[in-house]
Design a protein around this ligand. Sequence first.
Ligand code: CMC
Length: 436
Amino acid sequence: MTDSPATGVPSLTVRDNRTGQEYEVPIVDGAVRAADLGAIRAGEGTQGLAVYDPGFVNTASCRSSITYIDGDKGVLEYRGYPIEELAERSTFLEVAFLLINGHLPSKAEYEEWVYHITYHTFVHENVKNFVEGFRYDAHPMGMLMASVGALSTFYPDARNITDAHSREIQIIRMIAKMPTLGAWAFRHAQGKPYVYPDNDLGYTANFLSMLFKMSEQKYVADERLVRALDVLFILHADHEQNCSTNAVRSVGSSQVDPYSAVAAGIAALYGPLHGGANEAVLRMLRRIGSMDNIPAFIEGVKSGNERLMGFGHRVYKNHDPRARIIKKACDDVFEVTGLNPLLKIAHELETIALEDEYFVSRRLYPNVDFYSGLIYEALQFPPEMFTVLFAIGRTPGWLAQWLELVQDKEQKIARPKQIYTGQRTVEFVPAPERWA
Ligand code: CMC
């Protein structure tokens, strides 16, 4: 790579060996524009060169100033603030403000933000009727996805996505109502009455109240558990262009309302390759069952018959900064709930894996999901609820990314290219003749 002799900006010189022609492609921010490669053609009337990238492994779809990740160094920052600092010293609602607005709130801004979120936690009674209509064994993620999508019909003003005030109010509504919808999905599965929000409580304490309150006047959760769940929400609040965020952006690029775009994000998160790994960790730990079975399990992993769930990451190749924070939160939670016997197995697996050549040479470290399932279980969540918790935490991130998308002049409706491999111009034979 050198600077272009003509323009002085960094550029890439590409020689097309089909034609012998050379092209100069500018490099901006370490990237070339795929559209510039489209100018490279084998001859008159032929298709321009395309980039084939299933899974977007090396394709940047946007410019973003929300979340920074350095996978080699194990760095995760929201708006430039290290995740360790935020998890230690901030709150989920403050982090949500930061992600959406790009700066930490002043005292007045924070108070106003918390007030608005608190007073938008109720949903229309018809939403309750709608939720009641699900089968007794409906998965809570399916219920959450459908009910968030349904909110778009309750707030038709949400389609005014060019109106800054409308965008702001939809963002507040969605962050506020997500715990209500998540908690009701949980209560529905248990056949228990839905609990209305308690506006005297903070965001996470109110969520726990809507989940677990029975006949008592007021449900007061242990502060340490409230804080641990708040930290878990912070850790999940954004993770740049992951599968569900990409879904929100892709659907949002059609200029649909944000409820519909976030429902698409929830759908993507529902899949086991994205939101479901912590559940798999728990199942794995239960299957191992006792310390004696660990060596045989590790051997199974090394011989390729097993996978150590909660280990390894596509991006983090040194450590997942979220995993370290979660491990600490684990200690706090078990102080209240009593030790989960599976924790001992998890610790032992981690100790062995961090020293074993198989894991070290492949740069496999515990990821965010290794310990989070244990915490969720200790907080009495059934495994189907784990992904709902992830969705509540991720909502401000999805919305920050949606907001960035709709204000980005460079963005267009998402419409990838394909490489067509099917037949062409086949003669159609009507059914009666084909079947004769
Ligand atoms: N246990 C055993 N071996 C593993 C594991 C594991 N958890 N992860 C990767 N490997 C091996 C893999 O077999 C391969 O070995 P070899 O070179 O001998 O074929 C090598 O390490 C590279 O693995 P890969 O599958 O090419 O890595 P990837 O970047 O495509 O996959 C991953 C990343 C997260 C899908 C994978 O590590 C995995 O399946 N982990 C377990 C599931 C899990 O914990 N997922 C949660 C991810 S964090 C959640 C989030 O941030 O959204």
